[in-house]
Design a protein around this ligand. Structure first.
Ligand code: MRU
Length: 341
């Protein structure tokens, strides 16, 4: 299995997702600031993996904080990590979890506080792998046998602590003996599909075909695609789903062509405090991600650019939301609440 993120000798070690698949290099973060930078520059990315990194970042910060004034330092550590990327709610979920643990050991000896925070961060990572496997088990039954699964971005082992959400469903379907292959959208502009999903599935020997984003409609119409499975960065109470930009386009095309569109995500990706996807903050990223490919300019100088990193798919396009606790279907206001409780 690919090791996306690990805690080794008091440091956080991540596979560098900016370099894949050309180079398999690991980055070691020795401070919470380095973890924050790694989340911001997408050395590590994908909602659950960002959550694990944030939890480890908090632990690392506490480990290196001065013994005096830990409360104020913890506030700074958490605020720095929370300011890295706005859309994936797993980031805030993980930081809140670490804050709760910190509150629960208030007044205890500093060594115990540090130990508890490290233990909790390791638990977040371990649980994430188990959660992905449970998502896979629930989702595998929904995948039609003998067909192709279309996915967008990378919601795989690289986007989690291991196994993946959308790719976890695909892995579990294959493990259950289903004869499926995968179409991966390249996912402009950061190319998570071309660089990460294809690489990751090739490591596992799962047959994968790369298509450009604008080919999705053509293949959804062809009858070859049995279902679409994607991940999510944040799911609102009504079932609206924020995921990598381009997901909405795929969802509409899937519905138009009668292909079920499934979202696979852990409960920690649900944000039931939001009534709809309209309230989900959408990260805007740098223009050069669009005007340049691997450092080479492809658009004229001075080109006006929009670069929203995510879009919101309305719940009416979502055939089911697959979580570790089971599968939710419309009406999502009721089914999601039920899963959480
Ligand atoms: O910008 P990214 O690469 O962090 O975006 C990732 C996605 O949109 C994933 O689909 C999502 O986080 C789910 S990962 C299991």
């Amino acid at each position: 299995m690919i090791e996306t993120i690990q805690w080794i000798d008091g440091a956080v070690v991540m596979i560098d997702q900016r370099r894949l698949p050309l180079e398999e290099k690991y980055v070691t973060c020795r401070s919470f600031e380095e973890v924050a930078a790694a989340i911001r520059d997408m050395t590590i990315r994908g909602a659950p993996a960002i959550g694990v990194a944030a939890a480890m970042g908090v632990a690392l910060g506490a480990l290196h904080a001065a013994d005096d004034g830990l409360d104020a330092q913890m506030e700074k550590i958490c605020a720095t990590l929370a300011a890295t990327r706005p859309t994936a709610v797993n980031l805030f979920w993980a930081i809140d979890r670490m804050k709760r643990v910190y509150a629960s050991v208030a007044g205890r000896p500093i060594a115990e506080i540090r130990r508890r925070l490290v233990e909790e961060a390791l638990a977040v990572r371990e649980e994430d792998i188990a959660i992905c496997r449970a998502i896979g088990r629930h989702g595998a039954a929904l995948v039609p046998d003998g067909k192709t699964v279309l996915t967008h971005c990378n919601a795989g082992a690289l986007a989690t602590a291991g196994y993946g959400t959308a790719l976890g469903v695909i892995r579990a379907a294959r493990e259950a003996g289903k004869r499926i292959d995968v179409f991966a959208d390249e996912t402009r502009p950061f190319l998570q599909g071309a660089r990460l999903t294809v690489w990751e599935l090739q490591q596992d020997g799962i047959p994968v075909t790369l298509i450009t984003d604008n080919m999705a409609g053509h293949f959804l119409k062809s009858g070859r695609i049995g279902c679409v499975v994607v991940g999510a960065d944040r799911i609102a109470g009504n079932g609206d789903v924020a995921n990598k930009v381009g997901t909405y386009t795929v969802a509409v095309l899937a519905k138009e062509n009668g292909v079920p569109f499934f979202v696979a995500a852990p409960i920690s990706t649900l944000d039931l405090s939001l009534a709809s996807g309209a309230a989900i903050p959408i990260e805007q990223r740098a223009a050069d991600e669009v005007t340049h490919v691997f450092g080479t300019r492809i658009a004229p100088k001075g080109t006006a650019v929009e670069n929203p990193a995510f879009d919101v798919t309305p719940a009416r396009y979502v055939a089911a939301i697959i979580t570790e606790k089971g599968v939710a279907r419309a009406p999502y206001e009721e089914s999601l609440k039920k899963l959480v409780s």
